[in-house]
Design a protein around this ligand. Sequence first.
Ligand code: TXA
Ligand code: MG
Length: 336
Amino acid sequence: MRTEILRADDASIARAAQIIRSGGLVAFPTETVYGLGADALNADAVRKIFIAKDRPFDDPLIVHIAHVQQLALLARPIPERVWDLTERFWPGPLTLVLPKTDRVPEITTGGLDTVAVRAPAHPVARKLIEMSGCPIAAPSANRFGRPSPTTAQHVLEDLDGRIELILDDGPTPIGVESTVLDLTEDPPMVLRPGGVTLEALQEILGEVRLLSSSAREAAKRSPGTRYRHYAPRAQLLLAESGELEQIVRGLLKAGKQVGVMVRQSRLQCSPAPLVLSVIQMPLDLSEYAQRLFAALRELDAHGVDVIVVEKIEERGLGRAIMDRLRKASSGEQFRV
Ligand code: TXA
Ligand code: MG
């Protein structure tokens, strides 16, 4: 199959909608990351998403809608507090986990009796959903386990030859995925920190819990969290600002090709010229999030063995960023 990239204009979105309606796959931009979409109510179409991504079938998908009115088709019962949340955060990077209706095929929800739903804010995503006339199931459009795609080029790197069409609308503005909030729990629980911060949710809901990083609890509640995610090909190490230089020196001494992501320039002294690639990450957290996945892919492209990332503060968007970095670094010991 040849994969085509088209600039997202009315004609190409209409063509993409036609592909979705006929049970095919299309990658499209959202305000968070690029998604890989199929008709959420067509089990055969949704199955193709898992195959194209090499994604385990028990990892449920997010269903995207254009209008809050479509929620009733997918979820029942809908608790009262949903309406405060949708009024404040939709369209936008907030995904709500609710009890599913029979209309949603089991394959879409990975066999769970709940469904994750969000209304994306990106105009291309909205138009695509409207023109398709169906809710669109879409995980991030990366090969399973790889950093999420924030450009059409990233999608092509991972899925070339596996999907028909990529709609290109440039880099995605937020850069990390949506916040996944489980409303079947009381108090509600954030299963994945993302574009809507915990602080903003607390303003609306009062008490909100954050899923503990304990692997067992994570696996039980959000199947996707049990796998290694967002990982570049290189080994990723997280370092406190103060220990960064020492770690880099040690790696260089061991003959490693090292890439570094730092916010403050800690590497002005001797190792700097030896380090293959240094990416200076923005101080501003929104800009950092926007750069994050592209930076990981860039360092991979430079062929480094190890990427050392300076830890950042875990507040606001910093929680989502550190969550992705931890998941990208977990699961493997440093290979000497
Ligand atoms: O921003 C985003 O959310 C992007 C764009 C494309 O919308 N999508 C995205 O999808 O990140 P994906 O599949 O890469 O991540 C979805 C996460 C997974 O961790 C999955 O396990 C969780 O949401 N999830 C989906 N349905 C769930 C459910 N019913 N219960 C608990 N977790 C669920
Ligand atoms: Mg993903």
